[in-house]
Design a protein around this ligand. Structure first.
Ligand code: NAD
Length: 405
């Protein structure tokens, strides 16, 4: 019998030896991947020792849940995630149709999973479109709940759009075309600072040397510019003893980190940053971004190191986290035992790190790296890799298990 992970008021996790972890295999390719991934997780935990084991608890979400309960995200599943604090899920299909909500968006909103966290690193010899993918080792903290993504929108010609247009014209003296759709872009100090705090805490805990605030504050001064300003303010007020701004580093210390300081806080304008990650990726490690910039940047960086099949992720809130691959349910590949399970497996590694089982996380990452190096890989990688042999999803999972050490 497993036990629930406990969370203190400050958000620190206390993980028992046998934590209950809810999981959703997912739709489409999800069940194929889950079989391979679970075997890797259980084998790694057993190999790491210490009498630890996961007590997996299946919960429902997505297409299967809709069929069986009439709801894509039953309350019982949300309750289980709240109770056990940490969950892992496969991809979920968003059924096409009016009134059906996206489960992923609903999960983030209901549980206030305010940070979408995506580490991006290269696993040689995965095919990549750039010359030096090995220079990419970044982790993206994307704000998940605000910005133009928060879903406050009205269609053109609606009464609400007309009312907002009239109000904005009155307040700003600027004309908005009357056939405009309207979307609202709120970015708050609270939302920005809790996200930047998570990024800074991560950087400090993992010995990273910088956190870069990526924004479009030169144009959107009070939203994106606010994100930048509040980020710097938080770094100074809450972490001033160990952080230094890039400006101060160069003005006063000739670019050399002074004694006692551990972390450089810098900022980049989003468009320039897209060039920077291509031209000078090694200068960046932890990135903090508002929602829309973060969405684009996560996918662009994933492409730089070889695409979706290897891209893990997590949505994290205060004392609750849901780990997931960043790819979708790819219905055309479902049930064929052919897709790459690495993204969910690497999301599991993030999960083990999150619950404090760093030894398990490291073991899994190293095993994935070794399995890829054998060039016996799933179709997505084999198609572009020289001298590759294509293997099934389960065989690739088994290869990762065989490489656990
Ligand atoms: P997708 O990610 O499912 O597929 C895009 C492409 O990537 C396909 O060509 C597919 O073959 C390939 N691919 C995806 N995962 C792969 C893997 N593990 N190994 C090898 N190749 C892989 O995106 P889509 O087709 O746009 O979306 C399908 C469904 O998934 C939609 O209903 C969408 O809403 C949903 N979706 C869910 C999530 C999530 O649950 N987090 C994320 C994105 C999309």
């Amino acid at each position: 019998m497993g036990e629930a992970i406990a969370v203190t008021d400050s958000g620190t996790l206390q993980t028992p030896k046998n934590p209950v972890i809810p999981f959703v295999p997912g739709d489409g390719i999800g069940p194929d991947i889950w079989v391979a991934a679970k075997k890797v997780f259980d084998s790694a935990v057993a190999k790491a020792g210490g009498g630890r084991a996961i007590d997996w608890l299946e919960i429902q979400a997505g297409e299967k849940a809709l069929k069986e309960t009439g709801d894509t995200l039953p309350e019982a599943s949300l309750e289980a995630i709240r109770k056990y604090h940490v969950a892992i899920k496969g991809p979920l299909t968003t059924p096409v149709g009016k009134g059906i909500r996206s489960v992923n968006v609903a999960l983030r909103r209901t549980l206030d999973l305010y940070a979408c966290v995506r580490p991006v690193r290269y696993f040689p010899p995965v095919p990549s479109p750039v010359k030096h993918p090995e220079q990419v080792d970044m982790i993206v903290f994307r704000e998940n709940t605000e910005d133009v993504y928060c879903g406050i929108e009205w269609p053109k010609d609606s009464a609400e759009a007309r009312e907002v247009i009239a109000l904005v014209e009155k307040l700003s003296g600027r004309k908005i075309r009357e056939d405009s759709g309207i979307g609202i872009k709120p970015i708050s100090k609270f939302g920005s600072q809790r996200l930047v705090r998570m990024a800074i805490e991560y950087a400090l805990a993992h010995g990273k040397d910088s956190v870069t605030l990526v924004h479009k504050g030169n144009i959107m001064k009070f939203t994106e510019g606010g994100f930048r300003q509040w980020g710097y303010e938080l770094a100074k007020e809450a972490f001033g003893d160990v952080t230094i701004t890039e400006a101060e580093l160069w003005e006063k210390h000739n670019g050399k980190l002074p004694a006692g300081k551990k972390l450089v806080i810098k900022d980049r304008i989003a468009d320039a940053m897209f060039q920077q990650v291509l031209l000078s990726p090694s200068e960046y490690s932890v990135l903090a971004l508002p929602n829309l910039n973060g969405d684009y940047m996560s996918d662009a960086l994933a492409a730089q190191v070889g695409g979706l099949g290897m891209a893990p992720g997590a949505n994290i809130g205060h004392g609750v986290a849901v780990f997931e691959a960043t790819h979708g349910s790819s219905p055309k590949d479902a049930g064929q035992n052919k897709v790459n399970p690495s993204a969910v497996i690497l999301s599991g590694a993030m999960m083990f790190e999150y619950i404090g089982w760093n030894d398990v996380a490291t073991m899994i990452r190293q095993a994935v790296a070794k399995a890829v190096q054998t060039r016996h890989v799933t179709f997505d990688l084999a198609a572009q890799m020289e001298n590759a042999v294509q293997v099934s999803c389960t065989d690739f999972g088994d290869s990762i298990v065989a490489n656990l050490a």
